[in-house]
Each structure stands twice: as C-alpha cells, then as structure tokens.
Design a protein. Structure first.
Length: 336
C-alpha cells in the first residue's frame, strides 16, 4: 500500500464525508425482517444499518441473511454507509457498468475514490459475488484502516505477500474481523448479507484516534527520512505525545514553519475540527501556511530565534472527529 496515494485518498474522502454521519447505535425499532432471529450474531448490526437505510430487505419482508452479496450490492451498501454524494459522478469506464443501472452512481463514486476497482480484464463484474478478500480491500480503503507496521495474524490460509494480505492484516489489527475460525480467514469465500452488516458496523466503530495514531507513526517515519533536518520525531501512542528532538544546529526556529512540521506528522485532514489548546483557531481546513504560523506563535518564540531555544517548549492539539470523538496530542520539543 503506497503511503502517498493513501494520504491523497484519505484527504479526499475526509472532504467528502464532511457532512456525513456515522450513526453506530444499533436499534431494533423501525425495520423488521421475518427471517432475522435475535439468535443471529449479526442481528444488532443488521438492524443498525437497516434503520439508517443503509441496507434494505426484500418485498416479502425477508432479509435473506445467508444470501451471498454481489459486488454491485456491496457498492450500494458502502456508499450508503459512508453517506457519499453521488449527484455528480464521472463515468467509471467499466464496460459492464452502464449509466442508468441501479448501481451505476455507487460504483462510480467508489471507483473515483479508489475504494473499489475493476478486474484485470477492465470489467467491474457487478453481478460477481464479493469475496472476503475483496471485502477486506474495500473496507480498508473506505475507513482508512492502515496499520503502520506488519501485523501478525493467526490465519494460516492467508498467503503472505498476496494482494490481499495487507488488507486482512488491517481488519484483524483494528478488530473488524477475527476470521471464520481461530486460524482461518477464508479469503476466497463469498460474503453473506448478514456478515457484511457486521463488517461495516465494526469498521465504523474503529476509533478515529486509533486510526490516526497509525498515520502519525507512518508520517513521522517519512518526516525523519530527511537526513538534513536537525529535527526528528517520535510518536508515543500510549501517552499521546509526539517528541521532536532537536540536534545541535545553527538553524533558526523558522525551520519549524518552513518544514510545516505539524502538518507533516499530524493528519489534520482526518478531523472535523482541530485547534491549539486554549484557542478557538480552527486548524482543520485553513491554509496550511497560515495555520502553521498560528501554531508556531503558540510556542512563544520568534522566527529568528535559535532553533535549539525551542527545546523545552510544547504545544497541545485538541481534535474532534467526524463522530464527535475528542482527544488530545501534545508535541514536545527537546534538545538532543
């Protein structure tokens, strides 16, 4: 999974979801299905999505939980769950996805964001059954489920290095799936309609802090790749701290501004709102350069100061996610 392309996709999706709602409280009020007993392990999640009009049943009042999901049906479910606007979609270019089809807009919007792609023959296969490996791929992309490091899984049927290996690792790491058994993921099995409800709800329920921390780990690694930069960053997800160590240097403190340190490590585009603690200055969608200057000012040092004078300073950011989840991260500067 290419980090740069993931950042672009994530930023685009964050913008698209700015007015979306992830309601994740299950309710058995409203929709009713004659073939979903409470004993079904997916009962709550099916009704969660049904009562949000994410999924629907059949005219005879059934849901048909054991029915295998098609790729077109999966596209519709995911587009509804993400609350994506399909008013102005571009033709995705799949010869078997015709304009006017009941799934056209949904496939088009997911293709635009790189969430669902076609087969190697150029077709999408809307009526093909969705495999669990494909499901892992689309949920990873749709909900930004990207672990920073290799994840050890117990699944003996997941081929290491296969095209779907990373995606299965992602779902396992974030608790979206535990497999069909303790040692099997069944990547080539088809996804049932009832299981898909749980996959979607479980993906929605992954905390935004947990996802963003993985990004911070990756972004800090990228930031540290610049060997000419006297500042190196490390992320501690247990204490919610980013420590920036400054090597002895003659550089000025404006280096923090010119390198856009904060925006290089913290994925601000993940959040509905982000601010410097104690200030109402919104950092989420402001001009990066202007926002970076405001953050810089909060450190209480001048641009012309020696960079090493920033050691001992800190700045705390408050984040509010799309679901209302709030948490803080503090950037601490110290001299080497």
């Amino acid at each position: 999974m290419n980090i740069s392309s993931k950042k672009i996709t994530q930023a685009a999706l964050a913008a698209a979801l700015a007015t979306g709602v992830f309601a994740t409280t299950a309710s058995a009020n409203g929709a009713t299905f004659s073939d979903i007993p409470e004993a079904n392990v997916h009962y709550d999640n099916i009704y969660n999505l049904a009562n949000r009009s994410v999924i629907t049943g059949y005219p005879d009042g059934t849901y048909q939980p054991a029915r295998q999901l098609t790729r077109a049906e999966a596209a519709v479910i995911l587009t509804n769950a993400l609350d994506l606007d399909t008013s102005f979609v571009e033709n995705p270019g799949f010869p078997d996805v015709k304009k006017g089809a009941w799934y056209y807009e949904e496939i088009a919007i997911l293709a635009e964001y790189g969430i669902m792609n076609g087969h190697t023959n150029g077709k999408f296969g809307p009526n093909d059954k969705l495999t669990r490996a494909q499901m892992a791929s689309i949920l990873t992309a749709a909900y930004y489920l990207y672990p920073a490091n290799f994840v050890e899984t117990p699944f003996t049927d997941v081929v290491e290095g296969s095209w779907y290996d990373d995606y299965v690792q992602a779902l396992y790491h974030f608790g979206v799936t535990s497999g069909v058994s303790k040692t099997k993921f069944a990547p080539n099995d088809f996804v049932r309609r009832d299981a898909m409800a749980s996959f979607v709800v479980n993906s929605e329920n992954v905390s935004e802090e947990a996802k963003s921390e993985e990004w911070m780990l990756m972004l800090a690694e990228m930031y540290n790749d610049n060997r000419y930069n006297p500042m190196k960053a490390s992320v501690d997800t247990k204490t919610n701290t980013i420590t920036v160590t400054i090597a002895p240097t003659t550089r000025q403190a404006d280096l923090i501004n010119t390198t856009e340190l904060f925006y290089s490590i913290i994925p601000f585009y993940d959040f509905a709102f982000a601010s410097v603690k104690g200030s109402n200055y919104d950092l989420s969608w402001e001009d990066y350069e202007e926002a970076t200057r405001e953050i810089f000012k909060s450190l209480g040092v001048s641009d012309a100061a020696d960079l090493n004078e920033v050691g001992g300073k800190s700045v705390t950011f408050t984040f509010e996610g799309w679901n209302g989840e709030m948490f803080e991260y503090t950037v601490v500067f110290k001299n080497q």
